[in-house]
Design a protein around this ligand. Structure first.
Ligand code: ADE
Length: 233
């Protein structure tokens, strides 16, 4: 899967995604992340990419032309119908089911805004999905783009090893993950729960489900209620 990130800060994307599992997947060629600098497509001699908002108000707005030229240039390599995501707090909230669904795409374009936003006309013209990563405002779209790429990539076949993907089962059931422990058996006087040392797999599964339910009910009653009604409980 190829990701094209249209951004004013390509270094942030490149450095930010060049570690661990995402780096390994890029090196294997399972995914490709191309950070494209919108400023390279600015035609004026000062390389301006933003301008004052019509109607007044604080801040600057990203101009449509450099984004259009940038998109047109990368479009040469894209299939017709490739989705173009604009990351914005005014979008649908990203979740695991969207990550799974987007992992089925061959390519994905992500447009990162900055300043006070992006001229609406270019958004209307090229964007297919407006996505938020949560109800808070960041200084730009680069971190949200990285969040999307990370969450989508780990759903692309071959990115996670079998062992790594097994760890996902719990959340995909719609519950929060149960607590995990490793050695030592006693840390500063705190013991690992006895059942985990028992080797009794049925009891361990039962305990983990109980802990997941307990935790989900307390921290995310919305997920708990949805789980209960899905499972007719
Ligand atoms: N840009 C700024 N804040 C954002 C958010 N919460 N989600 C997506 N894009 C953003």
């Amino acid at each position: 899967m190829d990701f094209y990130v249209l951004t004013l800060f390509p270094d942030q994307i490149e450095y930010g995604l060049n570690t661990s599992i995402i780096k390994r997947a890029s090196e294997k060629g399972i995914i490709n992340i191309k950070a494209v600098d919108i400023r390279d497509y600015s035609s004026d001699k000062h390389h301006h990419v933003d301008d004052y908002p019509y109607g007044g108000g604080a801040g600057m707005v990203m101009k449509p032309e450099p984004i259009y030229d940038c998109y047109k240039d990368i479009s040469k390599d894209l299939l017709e119908g490739t989705r173009v995501v604009y990351v914005t707090p005014q979008g649908r909230t990203f979740d695991q089911s969207m990550a799974k669904e987007m992992a089925l795409e061959k390519d994905l374009v992500i447009l990162c805004g900055h300043y006070e936003g992006v001229d609406e006309r270019i958004l209307d013209m090229i964007v297919t999905d407006r996505i938020s990563i949560g109800d808070y405002v960041l200084t730009g779209g680069e971190l949200p783009a990285m969040v999307l790429i990370d969450a989508i990539s780990r759903m692309v076949p071959g990115v996670l090893t079998n062992e790594e993907s097994g760890a996902d089962e719990s959340f995909s059931e719609g519950l929060l993950e149960y607590p995990q422990y490793t050695r030592p058996e006693v840390f500063m006087g705190m013991k690992v729960p006895e059942v985990l040392l028992s080797g009794h797999h049925k009891n361990i599964s039962k305990w983990r489900l109980e802990k997941s339910l307990e935790r989900t009910k307390e921290i995310r009653p919305d997920l708990y209620d949805a789980y209960m009604s899905r499972n007719n409980k």
